[in-house]
Design a protein. Structure first.
Length: 139
């Protein structure tokens, strides 16, 4: 599954058989990567968002491939609070120019779609997609 992750930290490791790999701490937890080219690219993206292919094997999530840096914004719901105060309810990571403005638009669209801040997070993803589509239309 192709997704956007923030690369928070990493550590070089090796399997019991001696095969090298890297564990990456991401906004979605720790993930291992056994592809040396992807490992090199992801290490350079520490503190940034990356577009990656993630596969799940049992209880483990592994990064299969890195597609490079991502301009996508990683948004996490971090608390309840007042829905009109985005900074209390969302933690924004990554992204580039005008990130705060786009998050605000997505929050407003989400509230219109859902009407309840405690609602389904898939609607936030839909709101983000709407903002992206509008942004692309005006570029």
């Amino acid at each position: 599954m192709k997704t956007t992750l923030e690369i928070l930290d990493f550590e070089d490791k090796s399997t019991q058989a001696g095969k090298p790999y890297v564990r990456f701490k991401t906004n979605d937890g720790w993930m291992s990567c056994f592809d040396s080219l992807s490992n090199t690219a992801l290490k350079k993206l520490k503190g940034q968002s990356a577009s990656v292919e993630v596969i799940e094997q049992g209880d483990f999530k592994n990064i299969k491939k890195c597609y490079g840096a991502s301009d996508e914004v990683v948004v996490e719901k971090i608390g309840m609070g007042d829905p009109n105060k985005a900074n209390e309810n969302l933690k924004v990571r990554g992204g580039t120019n005008h990130t705060t403005m786009y998050v605000s638009y997505a929050k407003d669209i989400f509230l219109e779609l859902d009407g309840d801040w405690t609602g389904n997070f898939q609607k936030m993803e839909a709101a983000i997609a709407i903002v992206k589509q509008a942004k692309e239309a005006f570029e």
